[in-house]
Design a protein around this ligand. Structure first.
Ligand code: GTP
Ligand code: MG
Length: 201
């Protein structure tokens, strides 16, 4: 019957993986905070893709709307977004998750080093957890997150028919300015850490 979940009876597994990854990120945050006095993560969001979005994605990809498609063909039933203050923290969290014994990185897209043409920046990683559940991790700085939210918002405002080109250009310019500020902030952070290190010696 059409009322059955596309996830079949696998929702508890998905929830468990989501919880597990959030717990791992929490552990990393605590350890880094203890060691360096600074939390690498600003905030963290997690979701299980809704029934409607999953069905819509199956259709868009030309896949049958089955549990098989949802769990093995599509890899973002579990989604985690990690927002960090600094660029280096994106890679810190990436390395930590990639090093977990029962998580295998099956795909990575570094849209920070290679921004999308529209200016989108973020680090995407697909993890295969316990050999059977996929999770998509998006890692980005606060600035990158701010930009992505605004861009996402505008993309779904259907009234934007005129002057779209100019808007796209302006958005791209904002993305690049934010990226440049992120680099400056990283430099300031590194300088502060260096001073602290020298004083501790
Ligand atoms: P799907 O997995 O089908 O979405 O396509 P893909 O694997 O080619 O996409 P990718 O891994 O590049 O991006 C997946 C997710 O990243 C999207 O669902 C968005 O959440 C986010 N994303 C990617 N590109 C953009 C963008 O240009 N703007 C915004 N706001 N978000 C983006
Ligand atoms: Mg994807």
């Amino acid at each position: 019957m059409g009322t059955e979940s596309i996830y079949g009876d696998h929702l508890p597994e998905l929830e468990a993986v989501k919880k597990r990854l959030l717990a791992e990120i929490d552990t990393l945050r605590k350890n880094v905070k203890q060691k360096y006095g600074m939390d690498p993560v600003e905030h963290c969001l997690a979701r299980i893709k809704s029934e409607e979005s999953m069905r819509e994605k199956c259709r868009r990809r030309g896949l049958p709307e089955t549990t098989e498609s949802a769990l093995t063909e599509i890899h973002d039933a579990v989604g985690i977004r990690v927002v960090t203050s600094f660029i280096s923290d994106v890679y810190l969290v990436r390395d930590y998750l990639a090093s977990l014994p029962d998580c295998r990185v099956v795909e990575e897209k570094d849209y920070i080093r290679h921004a999308k043409p529209n200016g989108y920046r973020s680090y995407h990683m697909i993890l295969l957890v316990d050999n059977h559940v996929y999770a998509e991790i998006q890692l980005r700085t606060i600035s990158q997150d701010t930009w992505a939210s605004l861009e996402h918002h505008l993309k779904y405002k259907k009234t934007l028919n005129q002057d779209t080109n100019l808007i796209v250009q302006e958005l791209k310019r904002c993305a690049d300015e934010l990226a440049s500020t992120d680099v400056s902030m990283q430099t300031i952070r590194d300088a502060i850490f260096q001073i602290q290190k020298d004083e501790d010696r």
